[in-house]
Write a protein that binds this ligand. Structure first.
Ligand code: EPS
Length: 386
């Protein structure tokens, strides 16, 4: 099982990730992780901060001579912007200045529940950690899971489905479209739809507003039988849903046709079972389930779709209350992005990959990559000969 944890404030010195439970013998280098970090930073609609940061990882433990050695992996991504925040974010009390306190919590952010819960006067103590800057650390950790899945020919990719009123309507996107997605400023496989998405972002930006959207993570090449039906916390869809919902600003997640399946009769929802002797063996002509049944992968592509709310830092602030005077005020105006949906898709890949890598290790016994591969081959033979 893979466990991971991150640390770091948005304008603090650095972000840190620790990943525990990776098998030995996985080859990886910093350049590979940096490529994924760079993918998270692109996107039309990002704010000024992305001109400052060029995220680069430093691996400080768990990798030797280009391979994991089964020890916990520790990663650091420095915040370049920290130089501009030295006193505001100083670890010692030298920078302490109560006049700087932020006292006007933003609706939709962690600000108000956070200060109430942790008894902090300064909203900054909450917003620094709640910020989506943290997702850089998750993407760095997720790169290890993506690298592991590549060893088993499992492809994880994401794309933007909807921004504002612009959306891909029922378009089937597969790994053949990856180059189109990666070339798009909005990670959208359709240039026509992307154009309208850009117009939507321009309009909200002019109105000093923000926009969320919908993204899909799709995984191809999975075997049947990852996860389990036998216990709530072993169901793979539940584990993936939790990982996706833990991404900042994500409000909903569905598998396959998801919420739509609640409105259709069973005969229109469930994917009938077919068999082809030579190659495919058991397969489905439809994939409404999104590749998961009973908490287990079923061998079809895994399709996870997530809804992101609009970012809660608005340039035209919403109403709030000053937490000292209790007077009505406009909430804090904090520099932010207009739309971060494309970045959220890349973070979604990391979140899904970490759960899948963990489930694959449970299935194949995960002390070393070589052991996993031996056991994986034996399991695939079992499934093919069933
Ligand atoms: C964020 C606010 C913005 C974003 C940031 C997330 O940062 P800042 O407050 O410094 O302008 O750019 O995202 C990142 C820095 C990142 O790497 O994704 C927020 O409040 O969530």
């Amino acid at each position: 099982m893979i466990r991971y944890i991150t640390a770091g404030e948005s304008h603090g010195q650095s972000l840190t990730a620790i990943i525990e439970g990776l098998p030995a013998g996985l080859s990886i280098d910093e350049e590979y992780i940096n490529r994924h970090l760079a993918r998270r930073q692109v996107g039309y609609g990002r704010g000024e901060r992305m001109n400052i940061e060029k995220d680069k990882v430093q691996i400080t433990s768990g990798v030797r001579w280009g391979e994991t050695i089964a020890s916990p992996v520790a990663l650091i991504v420095n915040n370049k912007d920290w130089e501009n925040w030295g006193s505001t974010m100083s670890v010692d009390s030298s920078g302490k200045n109560p006049d700087e306190h932020l006292l006007k919590p933003r609706p939709g952010h962690a600000d108000l529940p956070g200060i109430l819960k942790y008894d902090r006067e300064d909203v900054r103590d909450i917003l620094e950690r709640a910020s989506a800057r943290e997702t850089a650390a998750r993407v760095a950790a997720g790169a290890f899971a993506l690298r592991l899945l590549e060893e088993f020919d499992i492809k994880v990719f994401s794309y933007s489905v909807k921004i504002g009123n612009a959306g891909l309507e029922n378009l089937e996107v597969t790994s053949k479209d990856i180059d189109l997605i990666e070339a798009s400023a909005l990670r959208c496989p359709s240039p026509e739809v992307e154009k309208i998405m850009i117009e939507e972002i321009d309009t909200v930006q002019k109105n000093k507003d923000t926009l969320g959207g919908i993204f899909t993570v799709r995984v191809e090449g999975l075997p049947p039988g990852l996860g389990s039906h036998v216990q709530w916390d072993r169901k793979l869809d539940a584990r993936i849903a939790a990982a996706i919902l833990s991404i900042q600003a994500i409000k909903g997640v569905e598998f396959g046709i998801g919420f739509k399946s609640a409105t259709l009769p069973g005969s229109k929802v469930h994917d009938e079972i077919s068999y082809e002797k030579q190659e495919k063996k058991y397969y489905r002509k439809t994939n409404n389930a999104g590749g998961i049944e009973g908490g287990m992968t079923n061998g079809e592509p895994l399709i996870i779709t997530a809804a992101m709310k609009p970012i809660s830092s608005l340039m035209k602030p919403l109403k709030s209350v000053n937490t000292i005077t209790k007077e009505p005020v406009a909430s804090e105006k904090v520099r932010s992005d207009v739309c971060a949906l494309p970045a959220a898709g890349v973070v979604g890949e990391a979140a899904v990959a970490l759960e899948l890598a963990s489930a694959l290790m449970e299935k194949t016994g995960g002390d070393s990559i070589r052991e996993m591969k031996r056991n994986y081959k034996a399991y695939l033979d079992q499934v093919r000969n069933f």
